[in-house]
Write a protein that binds this ligand. Sequence first.
Ligand SMILES: [Zn+2]
Length: 217
Amino acid sequence: MVMACRSDLHQLAAFIYGAGLAGLFSVSTFFHIVFYLGYYKKLKEVLHRSDRAMIYIFIATSYTPWLLLRPMPLDSWTLHLRWGIWVLAVLGILYQQLFHERFKMLETVFYLIIGILPSLAVMDMEDASGLEELKLGGAIYVLGVIFFKLDGRIPLAHAIWHLFVVLAAFIHYYAVLTYLILPSASESTPSAVGIVGGVEGRAPETCDASLPECSSL
Ligand SMILES: [Zn+2]
């Protein structure tokens, strides 16, 4: 995704997004392996806390391409969610480290708030492309939370929760790539034109349409 980017801002957004995605799945996988092994009590505790903290970071990084790359209405409160989401993530992590596993329902509510609130900013944007995928992925995450909460009550509930997470993350990845990253890659920069039109390094405005090598532009 980072390789497909044309501008520094797109590259930054793709990098933050990719790092959050890779971070979440790495920490979660590592935690579950150690959990499964049963020993290393201290490491398991540290990883459990990291796993929970990583969810806040993952949510903030998931929204980063939307909030950073897409024009936002300047007169709306939702503009503040650009930085506000990181404040919420830091507050969430602080809360979660202080009250780890103590008020589980409240923690789930916090995850839902930070997970859903920034979508209001995306809905507020003029460009609504990809919003359907964003909502679908979000709905799958929320459905998954039901299974997360049913852990121990129905068989394989926790595994089902993770399947929902993988599916939702995949849909969001597809949307970010399709609607936010790739459109920037196909913008007519000279090098892009060179590849597409076969005219090396020549921008459309410098090309005479009457010339055969420029007629395809
Ligand atoms: Zn898990």
